[in-house]
Design a protein around this ligand. Structure first.
Ligand SMILES: C[S@@+](CC[C@H](N)C(=O)[O-])C[C@H]1O[C@@H](n2cnc3c(N)ncnc32)[C@H](O)[C@@H]1O
Length: 288
């Protein structure tokens, strides 16, 4: 399923770069399934609850999500269509689809998703540095629009900026650490003068969120960490990764008993909202 190159260690953390920019998502799902990658499933639950809350305010117009580090459109698939992460693992690992070319798979996907569209109108715009993944997200119609840009290094294109202005929610799963406050600042600059989107992210517990929440506050966004809950991201790839992460967390004074020491990366959930929209605590908003 993967070779030594796919998973060489980088700073103690396994490196999955080789599955991020392929012609289609089969290898991505096959490799990540082996490690129980599960954060997009938590994302479906929490982001959907947030979208429900936003929908009550905005009425019938379609809501717009900008999913950052969107890959092949994983969160878009889960939010726009009646499907689960397990369904996607089963689909992209299936014998039946294994002989299709990437173009044929994109066509089959477009038909598959078209039949499963959720009733409530939602547009998902994807941003990822991986050009092939974005192309697939667009050709399979999983994404409504997609941009292969790296805002850590460059200013956003005008087209991306236009797509971001008017967004209701910026979401991230599995991406904080790859992106810093710089990406959020450049996206939020696009929304200046428009409504300010909410920002909802899952970030691994060993990754500091301080710089990002500070940067968001300059745009009038108040960040709240969901207390009392952590979310499994994936299993460690082996002892080396596990020991490294446990040591790092210990240095940070984070209690790992019953969490990472069970063999899983754990993520925190953060929600940032404009002050006047942040009256209901995140826990209550999510019904947790
Ligand atoms: C672990 S994957 C997460 C993908 C997806 N959100 C999910 O949860 O399945 C991380 C993604 O971040 C993307 N990425 C890395 N650096 C980035 C950057 N500077 N800007 C945008 N995306 C980036 C990678 O290409 C990859 O698709």
């Amino acid at each position: 399923m993967h070779d030594g190159d796919t998973l060489h260690e980088k700073d103690g953390k396994a490196n999955f770069d080789l599955i991020y920019n392929l012609e289609d998502p089969r290898e991505y799902f096959n490799v990540l399934q082996e490690f129980g990658y599960s954060i997009p499933q938590h994302g479906q639950r929490l982001f959907s609850a947030l979208l429900e809350a936003r929908r009550e305010k905005v009425g019938e117009r379609p809501l717009r999500v900008v999913d950052i580090c969107c890959s092949y459109g994983v969160n878009a698939a889960l939010l726009k269509y009646e499907t689960t992460l397990d369904d996607l693992y089963a689909r992209y690992g299936s014998e039946e689809l294994s002989s299709l070319s990437s173009e044929e798979l994109a066509e089959a996907d477009a038909a598959f998703y078209r039949e499963r569209r959720r009733e409530k109108a939602l547009e998902v715009v994807g941003l990822d540095v991986a050009r092939n993944a974005i192309s697939y997200g667009i050709s399979s119609e999983i994404l409504d629009a997609g941009f292969a840009e790296n805002l850590e290094e460059d200013e956003p294109s005008d087209a991306l900026c236009r797509a971001v202005s008017g967004a209701d929610l910026l979401s991230v799963t599995g991406g904080v650490g790859y992106i810093s406050e710089r990406t959020f600042e450049r996206l939020l600059d696009c929304a200046l003068g428009e409504r300010t989107p909410w920002v909802a992210t899952f970030a691994l517990r060993w990754v500091s969120y301080e710089e990002i929440s500070e940067a968001l506050s300059a745009y009038g966004l108040i960040t709240e960490k969901l207390e009392g809950h952590t979310f499994t991201q994936r299993r460690f790839t082996g002892d080396e990764e596990r020991e490294y992460v446990l040591e790092e967390l210990e240095k940070m004074g984070v209690e790992t008993a019953g969490k990472e020491d069970e063999g899983w990366y754990q993520a925190n959930f953060y929600l940032s909202r404009p002050a006047d929209e942040a009256k209901v605590p995140v826990k209550k908003l999510l019904g947790l």
